[in-house]
Design a protein around this ligand. Structure first.
Ligand SMILES: [Zn+2]
Length: 487
């Protein structure tokens, strides 16, 4: 259109061709187009997410034997305290519950009888604490490990140092000596998280790393988006059409949601003590296929897990009986080297995992989906090594921010599907952003065309020339019904 085109008002507000009333309100065809483009945008967002995550997707397979790592029972019991409890003298409460908690099996679907192993260990290990922040999913986590001669009492702090001779840190590997840490970059990108590591030389010998997970922010961003969108819907229902007022209502709603999200994050931020895991020596028991390992120095209790649950229900009386059983069966009274020995416990389950195929879908190293299939064999301590079918079950649980659905038909292996909640949140986020951008673009294009047509004195919908020629000379090539009409 030439720049000198006349800018005029319509002589008649109603288009004689299509009957559209030019009163400045949003025309119905624009609303329809916006809705259509919002749907197309959502589909495009979905497609974009699939392209982003599927293209470089990786699957990992790993094997897992199903042994539960022993840990120090909390509250902690020294040999002396157990002896006192066995004689019904003053001692900490909660022995049976502590033993049950420390021997919780990793995989609740593992079939077979459950016994409990107990042993006594020194606590010359790290005390690990995590602080997490973020709601509904935590996106910031700080882990501190402090090494002690006695981590239960927090006595005899041993500062950690960087072992410059060691190989550079790799994820999921443990240093041989937890007090001599491998060199590690200050910032690393590890499994969809940005990890900030501070050398122990700068932290008085404490191992500190902070991880920020941008993906875990997705649910919060979805909530912000949803409040922005809903505020617009509510305001329109109440008859607000002015764009500035609409924008203000949306901004207020999103700001309110942001404040609620931050408040919820502050209220749910917490510091957690990690269990005090110990790693005793292991001895192989049994021959293939039923290979299992036993922890050196650990003895099975004669009462199985169910029996100890009954003892726990009996309170102090049950604790006293359990203390007597532990002392009797482990000969703990013989231990004495000047340092405290603490009660540690783990599960002894009738079966071992024979074959666990785990498929984890880690697109761009983001753990989204996992699927596993496990078959079980009887441990040698419980009889001949035969396959044991997983108990018929369907279990849904929430663990470590994963939704886990376990299923066993009762005649063979157990299956488990894991779903990271960040995936649906990302899905909604991509679709919302796609819908928003496309609806906005369609609206912008429509309004730009409407401005052009208004300037040329045409109907904004059907492009009908509504101007009387005497007001201004008609712009060149402007027939009454031109072919520029578009849907
Ligand atoms: Zn018209």
């Amino acid at each position: 259109m030439p720049a000198e085109a006349p800018v005029t008002v319509h002589p008649a507000p109603v288009c004689p061709e299509c009957g559209h009333l030019h009163d400045g309100s949003t025309p119905a065809p624009l609303k329809r187009a916006r809705r259509l483009w919002a749907r197309r945008g959502a589909a495009l967002g979905l497609l974009a997410l699939i392209v982003v995550i599927v293209a470089p997707s990786q699957t990992y397979r790993f094997a897992f034997s199903g042994e539960t790592i022993p840990r120090i029972v909390t509250p902690a019991f020294t040999t002396a305290q157990l002896r006192a409890l066995a004689e019904d003298l003053p001692a900490p409460a909660g022995l049976a519950n502590g033993v049950l908690q420390a021997s919780e099996p990793i995989d609740p679907g593992q079939p077979g009888r459950r016994r409990i192993l107990v042993g006594f260990v020194h606590a010359d290990i790290a005390h690990r604490q995590s602080w997490t922040f973020g709601w509904p999913t935590p996106w910031l986590a700080c882990t501190r490990s402090s090494f002690y001669e006695d981590a239960v009492r927090g006595e005899g702090f041993i500062p950690a140092v960087t072992d410059s001779q060691a190989e550079v840190y790799r994820p999921h590997t443990l240093p041989r000596d937890a007090r001599r840490l491998p060199p590690r970059p200050r910032l690393t990108w590890e499994r969809a998280s940005l990890i900030w590591y501070v050398r122990p030389e700068l932290t008085s010998g404490i191992d500190i790393s902070t991880s920020f997970s941008p993906l875990a922010l997705a649910p919060a961003v979805v909530i912000l988006f949803a409040s922005w969108f809903l505020a617009g819907v509510v305001a329109r229902r109440r008859g607000v059409t002015d764009r500035r007022r609409l924008r203000r209502a949306r901004l207020i709603a999103s700001a309110g949601a942001a404040i609620i999200l931050i408040a919820a994050a502050l209220m749910t931020a917490k510091t957690e003590d990690h269990p005090l895991y110990v790693m005793p020596g292991m001895t192989q028991v049994g021959m293939p296929p039923a290979v299992a390992f036993s922890y050196n120095g650990f003895q099975p209790l004669p009462t199985d897990r169910d029996g100890i649950q009954e003892l726990a229900a009996r309170g102090h009386d049950g604790d006293v009986r359990l203390a007597r059983q532990i002392i009797h069966d482990t000969g703990s009274t013989n231990l004495d080297d000047g340092k405290p020995w603490y009660l540690a416990s783990t599960a002894l389950i009738e079966t071992v995992v024979d074959d666990k195929q785990s498929l984890s879908w880690h697109p761009r190293a983001l753990p989204f989906l996992s699927f596993s299939r496990a078959t079980y064999l009887r441990r040698p301590e419980f009889g001949p090594g035969q396959y044991v079918p997983a108990d018929r079950s369907l279990r849904v649980r929430w663990k470590d921010d994963w939704l886990l659905i376990s299923f066993a038909p009762g005649s063979g292996p157990a299956y488990r599907l894991g779903l990271n909640p960040e995936l649906p949140a990302l899905l909604i986020l991509f679709m919302l952003v796609g819908a928003f951008l496309c609806a906005r673009a369609s609206s912008r294009l429509f309004r730009a065309r409407a401005r052009r047509r208004t300037a040329a004195g045409r109907c904004i919908l059907c492009n009908y020339q509504m101007l009387v020629a005497s007001i201004a000379p008609p712009p060149p090539q402007a027939p009454a019904h031109d072919s520029g009409r578009r849907d």
